[in-house]
Design a protein around this ligand. Structure first.
Ligand code: ADP
Ligand code: MG
Length: 238
């Protein structure tokens, strides 16, 4: 369990600045939904938090400690992507175990963690299958399982449901939120779906062109959008 603090985070690619001075304090156990138009810097921000992208300026703190110079694997962060990124030639079980093997966990520990994650996600019957033998929803659960087995302090989700059909999306939304409430893992969840944002978030962060426009609970943003952009994005009159 840990808080996540962003302090003056910036990202430039050459002379092009795509993230401008992001300040955000996320409480331990909070579920933050990050929304904003395509290209506004959501994925770049998540990747900097995860350590997959160098931070041009600013500090990322997890549980109070600056992690800027820590390798991704040491930050206690697990990230779930839109395109699952499962290993096609590995079974479900091996997909979930892989990162733990790299971290030199004992076989008994790996087994226990994989079994526990599989039970939480309803994947017990699928452990010996390959990704191609699974439905879209099952693949997304395996992707979540790979994150879960590591007992992360922070979950990052980058549009994890956008490849699923509408009905499954609604179901997975509920599953992700229930799982997060059970584990109380601090979470940043990126989506471009307003309904997803309004129904899942403790607080919503609205980004535009590399900056934060407004932060608030779904009701605060709906009732009191700071400007037309937020109103338009949240679907309330501004
Ligand atoms: P979002 O996830 O909100 O759609 P991104 O974080 O992917 O936005 O991208 C933010 C901006 O940074 C975009 O203008 C994108 O073109 C640019 N960008 C992303 N990655 C790179 C890169 N490796 N090199 C140059 N520009 C990039
Ligand atoms: Mg993105």
């Amino acid at each position: 369990m840990a808080s996540l603090n962003l302090n003056g985070i910036e990202k430039s690619y050459g002379s092009l600045k795509v993230v401008h001075g992001i300040d955000l304090e996320i409480a331990d156990g909070e579920f933050i939904v990050l929304v904003g138009p395509s290209g506004c810097g959501k994925s770049t921000l998540l990747r900097m938090i995860a350590g997959l992208e160098a931070i041009t300026e600013g500090e990322v703190r997890i549980g109070g400690s600056v992690v800027n110079w820590e390798a991704p694997k040491d930050r206690g962060i697990a990230m779930v992507f839109q395109n699952y990124a499962l290993y096609p030639h590995m079974t479900v079980e091996d997909n979930m175990a892989f990162a733990l093997q790299l971290a030199h966990r004992t076989p008994a520990d790996i087994h226990e963690r994989v079994d526990r994650a599989a039970a939480m996600l309803g994947l017990e019957a699928y452990l010996k299958r390959y990704p191609r033998e699974l439905s879209g929803g099952q693949r997304q659960r395996v992707a979540m399982g790979r994150a879960l087995v590591r007992d992360p302090k922070v979950f990052l989700f980058d549009e994890p449901l956008s490849n699923l059909d509408a009905k499954l999306r609604v179901q997975m939304r509920t599953e992700i939120r229930e799982l997060q409430q059970r584990l109380k893992t601090t979470t940043v969840y990126v989506t471009h779906d307003q309904v997803e944002a309004m129904t899942m978030a403790d607080r919503i962060v609205v980004m535009n062109a590399g900056r934060i426009e407004q932060v608030g609970t779904p009701l605060e943003l709906y009732d009191r959008p700071a400007n037309r952009f937020v109103g338009g994005f949240i679907g309330s009159p501004a």
